[in-house]
Design a protein around this ligand. Sequence first.
Ligand code: SAH
Length: 343
Amino acid sequence: MTDIKSMLPGEIEAALRELGEPKYRAGQIFQWLSRGVRSFEEMTNLSKPLREKLSSEFEIPSLTMLRKQVSKLDGTIKYLWELPDGNAVETVVMRYHHGNTVCISSQVGCRQGCAFCASTIGGLIRNLRPSEMLEEVLSSERESGLKISNIVLMGIGEPLDNYDNVMRFLRLVNHPDGANIGMRHISLSTCGLIERFEDLAAEDLPLTLSVSLHAPDDETRSKIMPANRGRGVEALIAACEKYYQTTGRRISFEYAMIDGVNDTPEHARLLARHARRVSAHVNLIPLNHVEERPFQPSTPEHLKQFIRILTDAGANVTVRRTLGGDVDASCGQLRKKVAENRA
Ligand code: SAH
């Protein structure tokens, strides 16, 4: 059966035409779907025969909440959702002054193998469908009662490894008859699959591209991020430069500070050079320690020194505030724990 929740209004319209139905029904159906109905039965302004016809042609994939954790420290909410096929993904809702932000997963698991990350431990299971990503946003909004104004694709998975579905999700969540979240309020984070950067620039979407750099030289980066092998830092920075020139959109470099791995003054100087070259904003993240991983966050002294070198070199730097420290609110930690307990 066709997943109707992954369809844009124009596509629903075309499908209705084939069923001999008027096209204005498409808008009604899209609005019902955006409101989170789980069956065509609930679409009460459609005739019964039409609802039956739709039920036999289309499915409406929905998420079921498996677990919810609310941080006592800052109100961050972490959801674990069950997908229609029994797999599970995480979504985090963070409350910022500039609005509530939802951090969504784009894949079940991940095949990029970053050495410090929990999401990649079991490898990639499958891509998320557009409707499943959309439901992460809509279900979080409904369940929390919070208005979501920003989206970051920084949960489980590599968005550019699920390119077509992610692009479709972006158009769905941006649609004025649906969630209507502006592209300028959306950030897409990648470990650097540069072969997709030109495609992304050509989409001409005013979103923010975040690049998980985490190391400014090939030796360090290839050690902790297998995605660097065969691509290399120079090619990545060149791709960022081109992206910036084509789109005029400033890139942000994510940099998790890992004790004794990527936090020396040499790393800072080289990072500053890359950042200046592409006018990137550097976002330093205190590493979140993952049980199965040997890495620890940098010491406050090293972090301070690192920031000073970057700032002195004229780079634009911020340190990300850690939210949800008491709810496993990062990168596959909750999904993994629950999967282990179920096993
Ligand atoms: N695959 C995408 C998006 C998912 S991860 C990417 O690589 O960008 C979102 C961010 O969290 C990435 O910058 C990732 O490198 C970072 N991250 C993963 N594990 C982390 C950890 N233990 N501590 C801090 N940041 C981490």
